[in-house]
Design a protein around this ligand. Structure first.
Ligand SMILES: *Cc1c(COP(=O)(O)O)cnc(C)c1O
Length: 385
């Protein structure tokens, strides 16, 4: 996109004017700081990796991957081999694991790009082993065990049978033994202890391998959950890894929209589709350039029957959304905002330092993961380093 550097009418100097799309700024300094914070939370013997699947939760795997490597991350997790190939181009020296495992018949792809499958079944182990033997190579992999999630991963009994068989693991270098917590963001959930206990039994079968159990939230369950390597994703991108306590992470994704129209609406008139919201006073309404096409989910809007909705931040004040979210726009009730901030072109924070990703996700009745992953392609993106 052609970027012009004309004088901005916006009171916020953060922005670069491009066209008319809302702006998504990804703060790579904050991303690096978040990795360093988590790395400092874990013990000396514990490696802090980085999960950058789904294009680093929608924020850009190449940019995030480079920044995280600069911060010190050397081990990366993605979901798909394609994602691994993209990351490999950026990070020739990184250790890259493919969380969704070994896809049937794609062994060559993993080998060519030095990607390590997270093997989630005995079938996958057998395929990776026979490929390695045919190639006369020792190939790295993680072994994934199911401790209660019942999604991917081998059973505890498989750990024993893998070890009992002389042949099962030939050609495979077991670089990691891992499992995944189902309820880590609910610290008191009995699943956490149950999964830990099962994982410890599996670990006994692989005394020499690195072990890993915890995602972002798992890190905060305590040192016994950290093992040799932790796998944070959402916390790196600013989501709160320990809900119900203040968020120690810095916001990474900042969304800014701008006022494209301002109007006075008399008391008793409706605003937006469905006339879902009627003013109860003479109101000042600002229309801003962001909508559900930008991942601002319709659920963050409101109606008279359910007036609880998201808020945005303008000139040091919060202002509520008013009515339904349209595809490309949404209305904001700025009646209580000092008039000096109310000019066409003024910047509005939709998410960032004041409106957290957790808060916005909550209004959208989802989790910060899904919110970030669905931000859409229309933004003018800036990577701030
Ligand atoms: C996505 C994922 C993670 C990262 O989880 P967060 O909750 O984002 O920290 C870790 N491990 C596995 C197996 C995953 O699929």
């Amino acid at each position: 996109m052609h970027v012009t550097h004309t004088a901005t009418p916006s009171p916020n100097r953060f922005s670069i004017i491009a066209g008319g799309a809302a702006q998504l700024t990804i703060d790579l300094t904050a991303l690096r700081a978040n990795w360093c914070y988590l790395n400092g939370r874990v013990g000396d013997g514990c490696t802090c990796s980085a999960v950058v699947k789904a294009s680093a939760y929608g924020l850009g795997a190449a940019e995030a991957g480079r920044a995280l490597f600069e911060a010190g991350a050397r081990v990366f997790f993605v979901a798909l081999p394609e994602e691994g190939i993209e990351l490999r181009a950026e990070l020739p020296l990184a250790e890259i694991f493919i969380l969704n495992g070994l896809f049937h018949g794609r062994e060559q792809l993993y080998r060519d790009f030095n990607l390590k499958p997270v093997l989630g079944s005995l079938e996958e182990v057998a395929d990776w082993s026979s490929f390695a033997r045919a190639e006369n190579q020792q190939l790295g992999a993680a072994l994934h065990f199911d401790t209660g999630m019942h999604r991917l991963g081998m059973a505890v009994s498989d750990a024993i049978s893998l070890n009992a068989s002389a042949r099962a693991l030939t050609g495979i270098s077991v670089d990691l033994v891992m499992s995944h917590l189902a309820c880590a963001d609910t610290p008191d959930h009995p699943m956490n202890r149950k999964q830990l206990k099962r994982f410890l039994r599996i670990c006994e079968q692989f005394p020499d391998a690195r072990k890993s159990l915890s995602n972002s939230a798992g890190i905060f369950l305590g040192p016994e959950f950290q093992f040799d390597l932790v796998r944070p994703g959402i916390a790196l991108y600013g989501g709160n890894p320990a809900p119900d306590t203040p968020n120690p992470m810095l916001p990474v994704a900042h969304i800014r929209a701008e006022i494209i129209n301002l109007r006075d609406v008399p008391s008793g008139d409706s605003v937006g589709y469905g006339a879902s919201r009627v003013t109860s006073r003479k109101s000042r309404i600002a229309t801003i350039n962001i909508g559900y096409a930008d991942g601002l989910h319709r659920l963050v809007g409101n109606s008279d029957s359910n007036p609880n909705g998201a808020r945005v931040f303008i000139g040091g004040h919060f202002a509520p959304l008013f009515g339904r979210v349209s595809m490309d726009m949404v209305a904001v009730d700025v009646t209580d905002i000092p008039t000096e901030h109310l000019v066409r072109g003024a910047t509005i924070e939709v998410m960032g330092a004041h409106v957290s990703v957790d808060e916005l996700a909550n209004f959208a009745q989802t989790i910060p993961y899904e919110l970030l992953c669905s931000l859409g392609a229309r933004y003018t993106r800036h990577y701030k380093s």
